[in-house]
Design a protein around this ligand. Structure first.
Ligand code: FAD
Length: 398
């Protein structure tokens, strides 16, 4: 098993690198690399640049307007985009609901929704979690009752990422309550401008507003927005989460954070020398770099197994746990670079245009927020404890 890039892969990498270098707008790049606030419009602008090049949907088959790339090409593409400071392509449409629509949607649903995902004319959010139904998703209570040609949906979703920007939500709803809790769940596509929907932002530890509560009060949803069969949404939900887990290793993010850590540590002078030259700090950076390299090889190994047609077991769970730990550890080191300047936080300085005063330097201002924000990776997409249970089940059969 040779995990290095082949000649064709090297050429592909060079092509992606030169495209991103030429086309990624500088203001977006500076926001992303500087951990500043990235707006809806920035994500959409970058997605449309990719779509114009034909690279809007790297993971999709050509028949649906995707690139038809294999796992190695997709990984190279991700790495190059992340490395150059591109915003991540939002997964909710591209890698969550789209594969479900391709497998279970009607031709009409595919025609209606898939092209608008590639151009980001629609922004999707994921309405799975509820208060009382996170890890134990099957206990969700949001109810959908069939009334004539509509479902009438009442309940509450929580932690809904980017619901404030979304115009569509794919939601798990309860359409029957007898039998096993997994039975009686359905997947509905709900327009966010429907009457009866209220989105209330949740302010997170880092001061951000990316997650929300979504209240649904007798929201009428046309029955044609049901995906798959009524009461069989659990099958679709699991299929969708399988896609989420494989995109969550976060290697591109780990590498980007590591690079930034080195830059910040080089710029910080403590007791007359750059922090990166302090042997104790250097050791910590070296240790984390080794972890990132091991993570890269573990991902390459997984991709190679996938290419060879081997079904994946617990490997995505392992990568998810490792990726989230590495990100959290780098976040901690970034904050250590800022030292006491991590504490005084100027919210206005999260805007690219800000040129007012900050404590320390403008590069240090977001770092405590980055550290706090990165705690979330261990929670979303299935918490690390749940991933460990999956590993246990798959390896030891418990
Ligand atoms: C930043 C962020 C964004 C998110 N975005 C979305 C989104 O867009 N859409 C969406 O639907 N959801 C989203 N979520 C929700 C996320 O999927 C849930 O937070 C997650 O599934 C955990 O559920 P919970 O918060 O209810 O915690 P709980 O399930 O109540 O868990 C609490 C704690 O108990 C542990 N625990 C629970 N059950 C077990 C068990 N069986 N064995 C061992 N330990 C266990 C958990 O690991 C955790 O530490 C997001 C969460 C975050 C933090």
């Amino acid at each position: 098993m040779d995990l290095r890039d082949s000649t064709e892969e090297q050429q592909f990498r060079a092509e992606v690198r030169s495209f991103v270098a030429a086309e990624l707008p500088d203001d977006i790049r500076r926001k992303v690399l500087g951990f500043l606030r990235v707006e809806r419009e920035d994500y959409v602008r970058w997605q449309r640049i990719l779509a114009r090049r034909g690279w809007g949907a790297p993971g999709w088959p050509v028949a649906h307007g995707g690139c038809g790339w294999n796992a190695v090409q997709r990984n190279i593409f991700d790495e190059e985009c992340f490395g150059a400071g591109a915003p991540r392509q939002m997964p909710f449409g591209l890698s969550m609901i789209a594969p479900v629509l391709m497998k279970y949607g009607t031709p009409e649903q595919q025609r209606r929704f898939l092209p608008r995902i590639v151009t980001m004319d629609d922004w999707w959010c994921q309405g799975y979690s509820e208060p009382g139904a996170g890890s134990d998703l099957a206990s969700l209570k949001t109810k959908a009752e069939r009334v004539g040609s509509n479902y009438v949906v009442t309940g509450q979703k929580i932690w809904t990422s980017f619901a404030q920007w979304a115009n569509w939500m794919f939601a798990l709803v309860r359409t029957a309550s007898d039998g096993k809790p997994q039975r009686g769940i359905s997947l509905l596509l709900i327009p966010m401008d429907a009457k009866g929907i209220t989105v209330r932002p949740i302010k997170t530890l880092d001061g951000g507003f990316d997650v929300n509560e979504v209240f649904l009060d007798a929201v009428e949803v046309p029955a044609e927005n049901l995906v798959g069969t009524e009461n069989d949404g659990w099958t679709l939900a699991k299929y969708l989460l399988g896609h989420e887990r494989t995109t969550i290793a976060g290697l591109g993010m780990c590498k980007r954070l590591l690079r930034r850590l080195k830059e910040v540590a080089r710029a910080q002078v403590k007791r007359g020398r750059a922090l990166i030259d302090d042997p104790r700090f250097r050791d910590k950076v070296a240790a984390i770099e080794i972890e990132v390299l091991a993570h890269e090889w573990a991902l390459a190994r997984l991709i190679s197994l996938e290419q060879a047609g081997r079904g994946l077991g617990a490997e995505p769970s392992m990568l998810k746990i490792r990726g989230s730990q590495i990100q959290a550890d780098i976040g901690e080191l970034l904050m250590e670079c800022a030292g006491p300047f991590a504490v005084p936080y100027v919210e206005a300085a999260m805007e690219l245009a800000y040129d007012g005063p900050v404590a320390g330097s403008i590069e240090l201002n977001p770092l405590a927020g980055v550290y706090l924000d990165l705690r979330k990776v261990a929670i979303y997409g299935g918490t690390n404890e749940i991933q460990r249970s999956l590993i246990g089940k798959s390896l030891v059969g418990v």
